[in-house]
Design a protein around this ligand. Structure first.
Ligand SMILES: Cc1cc2nc3c(=O)[nH]c(=O)nc-3n(C[C@H](O)[C@H](O)[C@H](O)COP(=O)(O)OP(=O)(O)OC[C@H]3O[C@@H](n4cnc5c(N)ncnc54)[C@H](O)[C@@H]3O)c2cc1C
Length: 507
């Protein structure tokens, strides 16, 4: 039978939606068979509660763009909807699939299990399945000891050029669905970033031309960060550019930078390294969205948490203006700067004492740039459950004064508070005036944020101080902590290991 079928290699695109520096594409080209570039829209994946319409609409734009780029090489992207094994089985009716090539995806349990099923299917059907790394993340890492050096080697390696042409295969390219075709649940995100290579390059160009000069001081405030940060995160999350390409293009560009921009550039490079560092944690422990790194903290907070608090937090209706403004801005834009992400997670986990899994899931789906490896490692860090990082409980009122001193951000996203005098804006419950909108147009605070932070600190410290947990802490450090600072010149050298550099007390 198979003698009559065309022999092909399937290049399975997942979160590597590019042709530049694309190891899977280059490997597939070397195998000698015509390449069928395939993306499978998996409704079961997109229905997971950490996935969302904003992420799909961004991905969809990347897919249209990738289809055009591959089309220019001779073979446009083929899109099918369904479970991957079913789609592959259907393709075997027409083709003799010799190889399946993909990147090594680091995701949560769902994608991990799916990849295992695809692997088994390939074995059953005697199809060779190759997965290749696309970043400094190492599969089946034995020890973290020399990881940073290996990561640097990868990022400094030669960028791969796409093949000059692809042989065309006679097949219907298929429909790229809208979010409404996948899910009935609308997800309004009017100020979302857009996908595609042009958008990715333009984000970087803007950053190099302007943002990078102020990056170091402007990245912390939600007022200045949207224009000072690179905004490359959703593009990296969908693999529109490789981390190697971003790091190397930035290095080239940095030669013409002024001194402030050079400092910004060094911080930027270290963040790119953090990216791989955090994703490596999920690669090494694929259940990080379900199980605390340090088991003693696993059930510290009730699993069946307070739905009213969770919903108020997610919608930006907690009665804490700065927090609410952050969540509302995230709802509308799909993005928030690092410090504010850390603060909103800290408030959920400490002040509201919510289960980190529930809050982390709701937060993840609000991010257009949802990247499971970074996300769940950060969610755990900001919830104080890794056992190895110092515990940081953000004080949201203090953050508000430091990062929104004239209240412009709060007034933009919480217009109900427009007339509250500056001096009371971040703590409107202190404004004793009949015009106070609390309990009328703006919610009263769901908890006393100072008292609840104190209570949370006592609870978390009780576990931290317990000497019986020390052996487990040592295991977590051995498995997940960064060993030493990278030595490469073109990158900033953090003064402390990555895990500790970001944390401290704010309380
Ligand atoms: C609770 C929490 C959840 C987060 N979830 C995500 C997520 O799902 N996806 C995501 O990309 N980032 C996540 N981050 C990290 C960080 O906030 C974002 O990467 C950053 O805000 C993206 O904006 P940018 O591209 O302009 O960043 P820039 O400051 O311009 O940094 C450039 C790139 O470096 C990487 N990076 C920056 N900061 C970090 C960091 N602290 N840890 C790891 N990598 C970093 C990202 O890939 C980023 O795109 C999370 C942080 C926290 C505290």
């Amino acid at each position: 039978m198979s003698a009559h079928k065309e022999q092909i290699t399937i290049l399975w695109f997942k979160r590597d939606l590019r042709i530049e520096d694309q190891p899977a594409l280059c490997h597939a080209a070397q195998l000698g068979y015509p390449i069928l570039p395939l993306y499978v829209v998996e409704p079961a994946l997109w229905m997971q509660s950490d996935y969302s319409g904003r992420q799909w609409e961004f991905t969809k734009e990347c897919l249209f763009d990738l289809r055009a780029q591959l089309g220019a090489l001779g073979m446009p992207l083929v899109v099918r909807t369904g479970a991957v094994r079913k789609v592959l089985s259907e393709l075997t009716d027409t083709f003799d699939i010799k190889h399946l090539v993909a990147h090594e995806e680091t995701g949560t349990a769902w994608t991990f299990q799916r990849d295992l099923r695809v692997q088994a299917w390939c074995r059953e059907n005697t199809i060779d399945f190759t997965e290749l790394p696309q970043s400094g993340v190492v599969r089946r890492l034995y020890t973290r000891d020399h990881w940073a050096r290996a990561r640097d080697r990868f990022v400094d390696g030669v960028r791969l050029k796409p093949p000059q042409a692809l042989k065309s295969i006679d097949i219907d390219a298929g429909h790229i669905p809208d979010w409404a075709d996948i899910s009935g649940e609308p997800d309004r995100c009017p100020l979302r970033q857009h996908g595609g290579r042009g958008a990715a390059l333009s984000s970087l160009d803007k950053f190099w031309g302007n943002g990078i000069k102020t990056y170091r001081w402007a990245m912390s405030s939600p007022v200045t960060a949207p224009h000072a940060c690179s905004r490359i995160s959703p593009h990296l999350a969908q693999g529109v550019m490789s981390i190697r390409e971003v790091a190397q293009l930035s290095a080239l560009r940095s030669k013409s930078f002024s001194t402030p921009a050079k400092k910004g550039y060094a911080s930027f490079q270290s963040r790119l390294a953090w990216r791989d560092h955090f994703i490596q944690k999920l690669e090494d422990q694929p259940d990080l969205d379900q199980v605390a790194m340090h088991r003693a903290y696993n059930n510290l907070r009730p699993r069946e948490g307070n739905e009213a608090f969770l919903s108020a937090w997610e919608k930006g209706e907690t009665g804490l203006p700065f927090l609410d403004a952050c969540m509302r801005s995230l709802q509308a834009t799909g993005w928030l700067n690092f410090r504010m992400r850390a603060m909103v997670m800290s408030v959920a986990s400490y002040h509201l004492w919510l289960d980190w899994r529930s809050a982390g899931t709701r937060l993840g789906r609000l991010f257009t740039d949802y990247e499971p490896g970074i996300h769940w490692s950060q969610v755990q860090m900001q919830s104080g459950i890794t056992g190895m990082n110092s515990i940081r409980i953000y004080n949201p009122m203090k953050q508000a004064v430091e990062h929104d001193p004239n209240g412009a951000f709060v007034r933009r996203w919480c217009p109900e508070l427009r007339d509250v005098p500056d001096v009371f804006l971040h703590e409107p419950w202190k404004w004793d005036d009949g015009k106070n909108p609390l309990g009328k147009t703006y919610p009263t605070r769901v908890v006393d944020f100072e008292a609840s932070a104190r209570a949370a600190r006592d609870r978390i410290w009780a576990v931290r101080k317990d000497r019986t947990n020390r052996a487990e802490t040592a295991k977590v450090i051995e498995k997940h902590a960064s060993r030493k600072t990278p030595t490469r010149k073109r990158r900033a050298t953090p003064k402390k290991p990555v895990d500790q550099a970001q944390l401290g007390f704010d309380f």
